[in-house]
Ligand binder design. Structure first.
Ligand SMILES: NC(=O)c1ccc[n+]([C@@H]2O[C@H](COP(=O)([O-])OP(=O)(O)OC[C@H]3O[C@@H](n4cnc5c(N)ncnc54)[C@H](OP(=O)(O)O)[C@@H]3O)[C@@H](O)[C@H]2O)c1
Length: 147
């Protein structure tokens, strides 16, 4: 964790769970955070906590299943901090049901968020990583992918 300080990190799905916990940990190690999710009120509370503790973070409302909103997230991060070092593609949904229940809407949501959302994040940030000749994508997966 010695090289985290000063790194600009976008975290999608930062309003709860793994994303929220990661934001707090990285902020404590000096990362500069761009926090995204749909529930902006939750993100605002997290940003307040981080800044009150001496950290640096902004909140940005974005639905990762909407390509233009992910693009706007990347641009807002560049406008605020001048660079992006890491994209933590963490936003995801995990509706569980048997295929025979035919929950088509959940299948579509899972593809839109867990697959397209990750690709939109890569698409929004990759040109910037290439231009600066550095950058990391961290994509969250699940043990369920091997089933
Ligand atoms: N917890 C586990 O055991 C487990 C296991 C395997 C994989 N995972 C993966 O780990 C990641 C985090 O999971 P978690 O357990 O921390 O879940 P969580 O507490 O439900 O958090 C999910 C996060 O994703 C965000 N999100 C959902 N849909 C979104 C959308 N369309 N656009 C933007 N943000 C969206 C939610 O924010 P908003 O609702 O505010 O948008 C929330 O911040 C997910 O990708 C999940 O699939 C978790």
């Amino acid at each position: 964790m010695n090289n985290i300080s000063g790194k600009v990190i976008i975290i999608t799905g930062a309003s709860s769970g793994i994303g929220l916990a990661t934001a707090k940990l990285l902020a404590a190690h000096g990362a500069i955070l761009s926090l995204a999710a749909r529930r902006k009120d939750k993100l605002d509370i997290l940003v307040s906590e981080i800044t009150e503790a001496g950290g640096k973070a902004i909140a940005f409302a974005a639905d990762v299943s909407k390509r233009e909103e992910v693009g706007a997230l990347a641009q807002a991060t560049l406008n605020a901090f001048g660079k992006i070092d890491v994209l933590f593609n963490n936003a995801g949904v995990m509706p569980l049901s048997l295929l025979e229940n035919l929950h088509y809407q959940e299948w579509e949501q899972m593809i839109d968020v867990n697959i397209k959302g990750v690709l939109y994040g890569i698409g929004a940030v990759l040109p910037h990583f290439k231009a600066q000749n550095s950058g990391h994508f961290i994509n969250v997966s699940s043990v369920a992918v091997i089933w």
